[in-house]
Ligand binder design. Structure first.
Ligand SMILES: Nc1ncnc2c1ncn2[C@@H]1O[C@H](COP(=O)(O)OP(=O)(O)OP(=O)(O)O)[C@@H](O)[C@H]1O
Ligand SMILES: [Mg+2]
Length: 271
């Protein structure tokens, strides 16, 4: 067994209410059961990377947390509060839209394809949700947006339109837009997969800094195994809608226990 090396910060204690908790989660699209009896939890400040073959449901998990997909069975709790359904009188009933909206404001997501609003400037993209969802004053939101643009290295792009930016620049704006909401949870779905190789490092460095300087809980899907190893406290290997294996990144990447994980990593890491 190799000695696990430290990530940037120690793994948060497992004590206390998990920030994200999946209980017996099922997700089906028609007859296609993508996730089945899925149980896992993520502690406050914990950074977890999901790995697994194409179609194993990684994106679906993030989209469920973001409430972009409807949960077909089980429960997801955020900070102990039901996100979509709860048990009442022995029955599984949907929570109110208001409750769902409230919880969703604590969650930010960055997508592979950036998903910026094309008809808005960079600044407008970033202040949209803080103003309209959190009710911040425009002045406050603009000030924060400008400091975030500074942080992601784009201080002079506030008035640009997304279409005039490179992929790497658009993704940096998308990160700034997510951070503008001060999320407790940040969901990252293959955020560098659509980028030219030479800008991947810049985007990952911005995210490393976010990991180093905040306590934001992260659920990460990435093919960048070096990044996953550096920033995550835990790696979870999925296949067939279930967790095959989970553990410290150093252990999973160098000495995975399950044959399925060994095969997958062998293919991904090219050995
Ligand atoms: N909107 C949808 N309608 C029908 N089926 C869907 C939908 N979204 C996802 N699926 C199916 O759910 C399964 C899991 O998809 P998902 O995108 O979560 O996989 P993934 O692990 O993110 O894969 P990849 O590594 O290729 O991104 C696949 O079989 C996919 O076809
Ligand atoms: Mg995916």
């Amino acid at each position: 067994m190799p000695t696990p090396t430290e990530s940037h910060s120690p793994a948060p204690a497992e004590a206390g209410t998990p920030v994200i908790e999946f209980t017996d989660v099922e997700k089906r699209f028609g007859d296609n059961v993508v996730l089945k009896d899925l149980n896992f939890s993520v502690a406050r400040g914990e950074r977890v990377t999901l790995i697994g073959p194409s179609g194993s449901g990684k994106t679906t998990i993030l989209r469920l947390v973001m409430t972009l997909e409807e949960l077909t069975g089980g429960y997801i709790h955020i900070d102990g509060e039901p996100l979509t359904h709860e048990q009442r009188g022995g029955k599984r009933v949907p929570v109110s839209k208001k409750q769902q909206k409230k919880l969703r404001t604590r969650i930010g997501m960055v997508f592979q394809q950036f998903n910026l609003f094309p008809n808005m400037t960079v600044l407008e993209n970033i202040i949209e949700a803080p103003v309209h969802v959190l009710g911040q004053s425009k002045q406050e939101a603009v000030q924060k947006a400008k400091s975030l643009l500074e942080q992601v290295g784009l201080p002079d792009k506030a008035d640009a339109h997304p279409t005039s930016l490179s992929g790497g620049q658009q993704q940096r704006v998308a990160i700034a837009r997510a951070l503008a909401m001060d999320p407790e949870i940040l969901l990252l779905d293959e955020v560098t997969s659509a980028l030219d190789p030479e800008v991947v490092g810049d985007v990952l460095n911005i995210l490393r800094e976010v990991a180093d300087t905040t306590n934001v809980t992260m659920l990460i899907v990435t093919h960048e195994m070096g990044f996953a190893r550096d920033v995550s406290h835990k790696v979870m290997m999925f296949d067939g809608g279930r967790v095959v294996e989970e553990g410290h990144p150093e252990t999973i990447f160098t000495a995975p226990e399950h044959e399925r994980t060994q095969k997958f990593l062998g293919a991904v890491l090219g050995h």
